[in-house]
Design a protein around this ligand. Sequence first.
Ligand SMILES: NC(=O)c1ccc[n+]([C@@H]2O[C@H](COP(=O)([O-])OP(=O)(O)OC[C@H]3O[C@@H](n4cnc5c(N)ncnc54)[C@H](O)[C@@H]3O)[C@@H](O)[C@H]2O)c1
Length: 369
Amino acid sequence: MAAVKVGVIGCGKISGIYLENGATFDDIEIVACSDLVLERAEEQAKAYGVPKACTPEELLADEEVEIVLNLTVPIVHAEVSLAALEAGKHVYTEKPLAVDLEDGRKMMEVAAERDLRIGSAPDTFLGGGLQTCRKIMDEGIIGEPVAVSAFMLSHGPEDWHPNPDFFFQPGAGPMFDMGPYYLTALTTLMGPVRRVAGSARITFPERMITSEPLAGTTITVKTPTHIAGVMDFESGAVGTLVTTFDVWAESQARIDLYGTEGTLSLPDPNFADGPVRLWRSDTGAWKDVPLTHTYTGNTRGIGLADMAQALRSGRQPRASGELGMHVLEVIHAFLDSSERGEHVSVSSTFERPEPLPARSPEGIFGGGV
Ligand SMILES: NC(=O)c1ccc[n+]([C@@H]2O[C@H](COP(=O)([O-])OP(=O)(O)OC[C@H]3O[C@@H](n4cnc5c(N)ncnc54)[C@H](O)[C@@H]3O)[C@@H](O)[C@H]2O)c1
């Protein structure tokens, strides 16, 4: 089947791994690169052998481009994705799907009206670690899911990121920045969330940048930096998720998923590999589980390649816009709940994506599944 032609908008830090991995997937061919800053597009096109560097407008007018890969900063995700949809292109976007809920909904509407597909990062749930967990869950090895607890605990990015101010503005913070990895992992394993409750705070109203080149600059914090949430899944399971930039140290598991027959300890959902650990009531001991799915390492782009294959075979992409929209709504609901002092219902839903085959002679996505 002919590869799907992809054009990139946004040639910043994360674009390198997409361009590098893009060359390894048979399902896609990256044919053009663009950026507001044309030199960035030119540099990346040269570095990764992409035939064309151009402005975003020229890329949208290029009839050859079928999927726009949106690697811009979150605040312009919706604007760039909507322009691509209006130009008749499918879209695969880095996370989050959008910042505003209404913008996300608009993207979904325009795509439906025009019979176009949206795909959304993160795609680490398609990696070997979380796909091994999916297989264990689907085989009932820990019984029925009862609850899950997940923790993204850190002291923020101002000691390593060159320009960390945006992490502390509305639409960012730990929940928008890291929440998508955790919520995508949890919902693809456990299904959609029905309602949430949240409590959020700003612990340090001002923060000092210690990384270069802005060391010594003060950031005024304008979004919660510690968010504790409780989720009721449609299945009846109850989840706890804490995301924070306010703690120095931690000593607990990142994600533990509790079933009626045992507990599954998940790997860091920011990465594609393990470790996966399992405790069952019949053995009463923890054991390390060898990964059943071999797709590990820095796999960014696997969701895009899956979407390309889905377009050719007429199925839904696994890292779908519906999933990205649901995750965005849950993120907003945690913050709304904290402000309103009550549970917030989540109206969107999604079909759990098909698991990847463990080993398939027909490639990583299986035979058109
Ligand atoms: N950097 C990472 O480690 C990382 C990891 C995971 C996900 N992401 C996600 O990837 C996306 C990009 O992050 P990044 O770190 O590469 O950011 P970046 O700031 O390094 O790059 C973004 C690029 O987008 C361009 N851009 C901005 N607005 C544009 C517009 N309207 N039209 C065209 N180009 C525009 C900028 O000029 C810049 O070159 C974000 O959504 C982020 O959440 C980044």
